[in-house]
Write a protein that binds this ligand. Structure first.
Ligand SMILES: C[S@@+](CC[C@H](N)C(=O)[O-])C[C@H]1O[C@@H](n2cnc3c(N)ncnc32)[C@H](O)[C@@H]1O
Length: 403
């Protein structure tokens, strides 16, 4: 904002004139439009919160600067609107460079659009020797909405002179005339829309979250508060917890509709008959596991302790998806279906089919905000439908086995 206000005197003038004034992230959509288009989605609460925090920031940090007159810029240059625009540029164009430089805007490095799983270039720091192919040095499983683009192989210490150069390397061949893509990381549509203002159809990193509060709400429709509290607390005592977000604890449902293990265990514990629950409560302290392999074996132990029958087939289970199947009892499946319905109801009265038809009729160029919000709604709701299928397919399998 300051460099923009300096105009031709700024060393960044040429760069700032090249890039847009703002990027169309939901933060800068008209507030009522954002509220309407994002209702029920993973961005519903986050964008409202962002807006509030940024207004507070502006009041606390920028307004006093304007009033002090120290920066010799006009009040309009530092307006709240310009502050939002600057934030949208930072969100969509800044890179995490390294721990010394922190985050910054890097001319040229921000030239490329993003493509999930199909990028042609990577940025690397010239001072590192390794040519790792890992994406931006990030944990690929992390699809949180605040993920940052990072220049890979970045060093932790400042280096002298020309060594600070960044290199752009080609990692996949490009045909003449084709657009050259980068990757901003492994991000689902909520994260892409939040930070960059666009979405991708059929993005395999999409997820939808089910809040812990929704699970407790469902629980309160079936059981007493005392019952629910005791079950949730046993689940905690077994060493399980939900993911912790900015303002809510939640469970992830992956692109293929598979619920996070922790949610399945919670529903399993909630639906245990009282004798099995008592048995499990009495040995809970012996069953705690803390890494992935342990978590598999501790699920096996939970199932063994709480089952009347012997299950010789569970001894050799090594895959998480197989272990999850052990937990898919009829009550757990019906709880999953109810949770999917409750989560789905947050999108309002339009059905998934309505959304799909609207998306087909919508222009990604002329109705950009509507288009990307519809892609997000359709992606999330499709996952909820897969979750319902996941729960019903397993309950059908169990019924067939009992026949
Ligand atoms: C770092 S810039 C990328 C280059 C940009 N097109 C430019 O103006 O130089 C990031 C912005 O480009 C746009 N963008 C990047 N990848 C995109 C994609 N796959 N589809 C649509 N827009 C994309 C978004 O507006 C995003 O905020």
């Amino acid at each position: 904002m300051y460099e923009r206000a300096r105009g031709a005197e700024s060393p960044w003038d040429a760069y700032l004139r090249l890039i847009p004034d703002r990027e169309p992230v939901p933060l800068i959509w008209p507030a009522d439009e954002a509220e309407r288009l994002l209702a029920g989605t993973e961005l519903d609460k986050i964008v409202k919160q962002d807006r509030q925090f940024i207004c507070e920031d502006w009041k606390e940090c920028i307004e006093p600067l304007i009033l002090s007159g120290e920066l010799e810029v006009g009040p309009d240059d530092f307006s709240l609107e310009n502050y939002f625009s600057a934030k949208s540029l930072l969100s969509s164009r800044s890179f995490r460079i390294d721990s010394y430089h922190g985050s910054g805007m890097v001319p040229l490095a921000d030239l490329f659009n993003h493509k999930t799983g199909g990028e042609h270039v990577h940025f690397t720091s010239a001072i590192e020797t390794s040519d790792s192919d890992s994406e931006d040095g990030e944990d690929p499983s992390n699809t949180s909405s605040d993920e940052q683009s990072t220049i890979e192989n970045s060093a932790d210490i400042p280096s002298a002179g020309g060594d600070e150069d960044l290199e752009m390397i080609v990692v996949r061949g490009v045909n003449a005339g084709e657009e050259v893509f980068n990757t901003y990381g492994t991000m689902g549509n909520a994260a892409l829309l939040h930070r960059y203002g666009f979405t991708e159809i059929d993005n395999p990193y999409d997820i939808v979250n089910i809040d812990l509060a929704l699970v407790t709400k469902w629980c309160s429709t079936k059981y007493s508060r005392r019952y629910s509290k005791a079950r949730v607390s046993l689940w905690h005592n077994l060493g399980y917890s939900s993911c912790t977000g900015q303002d809510a604890d939640y469970f992830e449902i992956s692109y293929d509709g598979e619920p996070q293990l922790e949610l399945l265990i919670l529903l399993y514990v909630i639906s245990l008959k009282s004798d099995a629950y008592d048995k499990l409560a009495s040995v809970a302290h012996d069953l705690i596991g803390d890494d992935e392999v342990d978590s598999i074996s501790s699920v096996v132990k939970v199932v063994r302790v709480t089952s009347h029958k012997q299950h010789p087939e569970i001894n050799g289970l090594e895959k998480l998806s197989d272990v999850k199947k052990l937990l898919l009892k009829e009550n757990v499946c019906s709880a999953l279906a109810s949770l999917a319905d409750m989560r789905e109801s947050l999108y309002g009265s339009d059905t998934l089919e309505d959304d799909r038809q609207k998306l087909q009729a919508c222009s990604s160029v002329n109705e950009r905000n509507l288009y990307h919000s519809l892609v997000l709604r359709v992606s999330e709701r499709t996952i909820l439908h897969k979750l319902k299928k996941y729960s019903s397919s397993w309950s059908r399998t169990k019924k067939r086995k009992h026949l």
